[in-house]
Design a protein around this ligand. Structure first.
Ligand SMILES: Cc1cc2nc3c(=O)[nH]c(=O)nc-3n(C[C@H](O)[C@H](O)[C@H](O)COP(=O)(O)OP(=O)(O)OC[C@H]3O[C@@H](n4cnc5c(N)ncnc54)[C@H](O)[C@@H]3O)c2cc1C
Length: 387
């Protein structure tokens, strides 16, 4: 029986192992933590958004690289939903097409059912507290309880070591220098799907915790409608996460259209037909945050010019000072450059070694697209090992 070593027991590694076990391989899993998939469980806090119900064409559009799109085409959202049903996790479609485990099913139950399924094949070993500290063409080096342990690569190795955020879950990104010193091209981690720190005036701090709903957020060449939460430092929420890439590309001025469904003329007419401007702003159901902002930032003439005010409501701009730290972000870009791997995720320099999941340099928004890509890469690498 052929043996494959999988380092990293997050969703990418577990899915690669599942595929290999189905194909009759013996699988040895390793992780430096003493439990598997801690970030996977963190992702489940407040709703376990495992994938999305988009059509495949819309789904793959969410990724910034053809390599990842190709993996998702080979193991799609529908395939994943089918797999989850097979292991005893029925799902349902929530708002914006997000796919969740049925309401009574906790994240730990999803993980445990999956681990039970993996164990049911028999030919599997879990090695915890094994930190990968080295590798070469022949094999792997681990640090285990203070001692160095070398193992042969046997029939192949899959690295699934994760990105660089939420180090406490095990995804420390420390492996970056190890791969770099082995001649693999890497890039430092940067925040993705992270909150934005804005140059809000201090008096708006009292709105911390309130939401801006149904607005359109624009940064650089991209825009996204939705809801964000005002925090002590700026903004959090799916639309600003989506715009992270535009920040990383150098854009700093965020524009918010607080009434995207209304043309300037319509806003103006509501203001004109109200008792006074303040009353008109209330009629437009604008957030108090914005009303306060307009009252304090505009001159009296600007505030009383209905045309100016209507235009401003559709185009308020704030400076973005930074993204929240890598450590805090939902995902990271950076890691192993996609140019270092083949279409099946084997390393060009070490063809028997595969790298999958968030340790590769790709990007996608939240909404189930991150996990789906990790699952899909696991399947593609698992199938490729057999070939
Ligand atoms: C707060 C939060 C919410 C999220 N919500 C969602 C969501 O709703 N939907 C979605 O699609 N995605 C979500 N994600 C993202 C998703 O969880 C990650 O993209 C996914 O877990 C990455 O999977 P992975 O297998 O590549 O890596 P990871 O899950 O990071 O797993 C990597 C594993 O490698 C191990 N490891 C690392 N270094 C070593 C080493 N040197 N030796 C041995 N083992 C090592 C780690 O301990 C870990 O177990 C969320 C993430 C966070 C932080």
């Amino acid at each position: 029986m052929k043996t494959i070593h999988i380092i990293g027991m997050g969703p990418a590694g577990l899915m690669a192992g599942t595929e290999l076990l189905k194909r009759g391989f013996r699988v040895n899993f390793y992780d430096h933590k003493n439990v598997p998939a801690r970030k996977f469980l963190v992702a489940g806090h407040g709703g376990f958004n495992l994938t999305n119900a988009d059509t495949l064409a819309d789904f793959v559009d969410q990724y910034d690289s053809e390599l990842i799109r190709n993996a998702v085409r080979q193991f799609t959202n529908e395939d994943l939903i089918g797999f989850l049903v097979d292991i005893g996790i029925p799902t349902y479609k929530g708002t914006s097409g997000k796919i969740f485990p049925e309401k009574h099913i906790k994240p730990i139950t999803v993980l445990n059912k999956w681990l039970d399924y993996i164990r049911s094949f028999g030919n599997v070993l879990f090695h915890f507290e094994h930190k990968l500290t080295g590798f070469d063409e022949d094999g792997l080096v681990f640090e285990h309880q203070g001692t160095e342990k070398r193992i042969s690569k046997d029939n192949g190795v899959i690295f699934a070591l994760g990105g660089g955020s939420w180090a406490k879950t095990g995804s420390t990104g420390e492996w970056l220098s190890l791969f770099e010193s082995n001649g693999i091209s890497v890039r430092s981690f940067a925040s993705s799907n992270a909150g934005m720190e804005t140059g809000f005036p201090d008096f708006l701090k009292k709105y911390e915790g309130s939401t801006i709903k149904n607005a359109l957020f624009k940064l650089g060449a991209k825009s996204r409608a939705g809801e964000v939460v005002i925090t002590g430092y700026g903004l959090e929420g799916a639309p600003v996460y989506y715009l992270n890439g535009e920040y990383r590309a150098g854009n700093r001025q965020l524009f918010i259209d607080f009434k995207p469904a209304f043309e300037v003329e319509k806003i103006r007419s509501v203001l004109e037909n109200s008792k006074n401007v303040t009353e008109g702003l209330k009629q437009l159901k604008l957030p108090h945050f914005l009303i306060d902002y307009l009252k304090s930032e505009l001159t009296k003439e600007q505030f009383l010019s209905l045309e100016f005010l209507a235009r401003k409501i559709k185009n308020v701009s704030f400076e973005i000072r930074s993204l929240r730290s890598v450590e805090e972000s939902i995902s990271t870009v950076g890691g192993i450059l996609l140019s270092s791997v083949n279409a099946d995720f084997s390393l060009k320099k070490y063809p028997r070694f595969y790298t999958i999941g968030e340790m590769l340099d790709w990007d996608a928004p939240t909404g189930g697209y991150l996990l789906q890509a990790c699952f899909s890469m696991g399947i593609v690498a698992g199938r490729a090992v057999e070939k």
